[in-house]
Design a binder for this molecule. Structure first.
Ligand SMILES: [Ca+2]
Length: 527
């Protein structure tokens, strides 16, 4: 081949560099916290020391409006690993025990698709999803093979497992999923280690010792109490224990990243850090309010340094992570069906474009049905910018409280204070927490704590109508069985509550079909 001039040589050189670049496999490291929130320097909490998360944030795009679609462990993990909401992938509630929920056998999960595309997959830590045929990993050290404390909280063990995964000499690209069990509560299951297992491995008598961990102990007076947590001595002590556990995870993250660096692959790896659901406090986990659904999300790409350290305001979902990882590996999503003949379509999107320029993404959806087998409280939600709409489908039932929150010092103190008529120092009362309106609409610009339900406010009637239509459209697109769920009639001699009264209305579906929502309440303002 003749090359007539310097331009040609430059093109050939560029082509060669591109080929050389492609010859290096790209990898993904997904790090998941268990019930983690915004307790980090990366999210401006100055009361806790998280140097490793903060360092990662300086090499990441930091998302400020990231949300899980479901605020419960297994449903969130299954949604994250499939790109499908819980009502579509089948993981309606927690996976463990005899009542275990599982995803549908026909679901094509991220690890399955990656494996079929010759990407090596590994999981270290808490899996909590199944069946195995839907969520297969080539390398797996989880609660199914080991003690969850050892693979999810012992950061020395985690470091060594990461090293083992990287040392196989396999030249294929990899997807490594490190799912910490920190900072989950454990006062209900292993109370000897403290409310958050903050003593596990701290070197004290009977606690064992994790060699790589230098425990950080916090004074309850020094913690930052989130607005949705009662500011009481009991809750402050709970938060101080949570901080110590987050510190263990933070040091573990530093070790994991160091293993990738030492193996020479960190600069070829997309690193994602997030959490599966809100922190285990009232209004947090198992709720679709902001404290239950908002998640930290750091996305660090060695190929996109221009936005490192920047904050994105884009509204994104953990449902976006499956399309993001597929995009990173240039793997198309397959054409297949779970129910009948309707093709499954991901409603999330790849986050990679956001690493180049700030996108105008404004809408995310939520869907929750169960937590524990006994905790059935179906909710659907949509957040569009600062407006959040929650549909409590079975709003006449009391909201169920999960076991480990119920026995926690914070909630026990809240119950006791309420029973004794003492000040709760909480922003809600328990009656309102247990008994909710059917529709809850909040404007977080004016009411960031979601305390004023605007569903009956005529000024918000057009917004309510729009959000309801968007939510119904998404439910139909994702084949939500609850879209036609049973609806209660008004009790004899009793009117519907203000936001739960109704006449017929209709909304369009993607296929142009009109849905008669005869059970929907009349919209405020006479719509
Ligand atoms: Ca969790």
């Amino acid at each position: 081949m003749r090359c007539p001039g310097p331009v040609c040589w430059a093109l050939l050189l560029a082509l060669g560099l591109c080929r050389a670049h492609r010859a290096r496999p790209r990898h993904v490291l997904l790090i998941l916290a268990d019930d983690g929130g915004f307790e980090s320097g990366a999210y401006n909490n100055s009361a806790i020391a998280t140097p490793h998360l903060d360092a990662l944030a300086r090499r990441s795009l930091v998302f400020r409006n990231a949300f899980t679609s479901v605020s419960s462990c297994s449903p969130s993990r299954a949604s994250l690993l499939t790109g499908l909401p819980q009502h579509q992938n089948g993981m309606y509630g927690l996976h463990q025990g005899v009542h275990h929920f599982s995803s549908f056998e026909g679901v094509r999960s991220l690890p399955l698709l990656l494996s079929r595309a010759s990407v090596r997959t590994g999981i270290i830590g808490k899996k909590h999803v199944g069946p195995e045929a839907v969520f297969p990993f080539d390398f797996a050290h989880t609660e199914e093979t080991d003690s969850v404390l050892q693979v999810g909280r012992n950061i020395t063990r985690i470091r060594l497992l990461v090293r083992e995964f990287l040392r196989t000499g396999d030249s294929r690209p990899f997807f490594l999923y490190v799912a910490f069990h920190d900072p989950h509560r454990c006062g209900h299951s292993q109370p000897q280690y403290g409310a958050f297992c903050e003593k596990f491995g701290n070197g004290e008598s009977g606690m064992g010792r994790i060699p790589d961990w230098t425990p950080q102990v916090y004074d309850p007076q020094d913690v930052q109490v989130p607005y949705f947590v009662p500011d009481t001595p009991a809750a402050r002590a709970d938060l101080a224990a949570q901080y110590t556990t987050i510190g263990r995870m933070d040091q573990g993250i530093g070790l994991v990243l160091q293993e990738l660096r030492a193996a020479g692959v960190l600069n070829d790896t997309l690193v994602i850090f997030t959490s599966d659901n809100g922190i285990p406090f009232p209004s947090g986990r198992t709720n679709l309010y902001w404290p239950g659904a908002a998640e930290p999300l750091l996305v660090s790409s060695p190929e996109h340094p221009s936005r490192w350290g920047q904050v994105s305001e884009a509204y994104v979902s953990l449902l976006d992570l499956t399309p993001t990882v597929l995009d990173w590996f240039s793997i198309p999503y397959p054409r297949y069906a779970i129910f009948g003949s309707k093709t499954v379509r991901l409603t999330g999107r790849s986050l990679l474009p956001a690493l180049d320029a700030e996108p105008a993404w404004s809408t995310v959806f939520g869907s929750q049905s169960h937590h524990e087998a006994t905790m059935f409280y179906p909710m659907r939600s949509v957040q569009r910018g600062a407006l959040r709409l929650v549909h409590n489908l079975h709003f006449r039932m009391p909201f169920p409280i999960d076991q480990d929150l119920y026995v926690s010092p914070t909630f026990q103190d809240l119950l006791n204070r309420t029973a004794a008529g003492r000040p709760t120092r909480w922003y809600k009362d328990l009656h309102g927490y247990y008994y909710r309106e059917r529709w809850e609409l909040y404007d977080l610009r004016r009411d960031p704590r979601e305390t004023q339900n605007l569903a009956a406010d005529p000024r918000y009637a057009p917004a309510l109508e729009l959000l309801r239509a968007q939510l119904a459209k998404w439910q139909w697109e994702t084949q939500d069985p609850w879209v036609c769920g049973p609806v209660l009639a008004p009790l004899p001699g009793r009117a519907w509550p203000a936001s739960g009264t109704g006449t017929a209305s209709s909304t369009g579906t993607p296929g142009g079909r009109s849905l008669m929502l005869a059970s929907f309440p009349p919209l405020p303002g006479g719509v």
